[in-house]
Design a protein. Structure first.
Length: 94
């Protein structure tokens, strides 16, 4: 990977404000269970640098990988068949 430094903190990518904690959606449940998983993000950053972009992520879920890559300036196309997961991704991007 180039000399670029990336700060990978879950709080940068998973907004927890505005969540109705008593009526969690599937996407919110997924985020709460997986939001601290960031150990694979450096692998994806290295892969994008090695193979180029745009990146097409199939099974993107709530954007756990797509959002950090887009945050750091890479072009990302995200696809998932789960509407609740895509709705959560949309909420996180707005």
């Amino acid at each position: 990977m180039p000399n670029t430094k990336y700060e990978i903190k879950p709080s940068n990518f998973i907004p927890l404000e505005g969540i109705d904690w008593k009526n969690l959606t599937l996407g919110e449940q997924y985020d709460l269970e997986h939001f601290s998983r960031v150990e694979d993000i450096p692998f994806w950053l290295k892969s994008v640098h090695r193979f180029g972009f745009p990146l097409f992520e199939i099974g993107c879920g709530t954007g756990r990988i797509s959002i950090p890559l887009a945050y750091y300036g890479f072009e990302v196309f995200a696809l998932d068949k789960s509407e609740p997961m895509l709705l959560r991704l949309k909420d996180k991007l707005s």
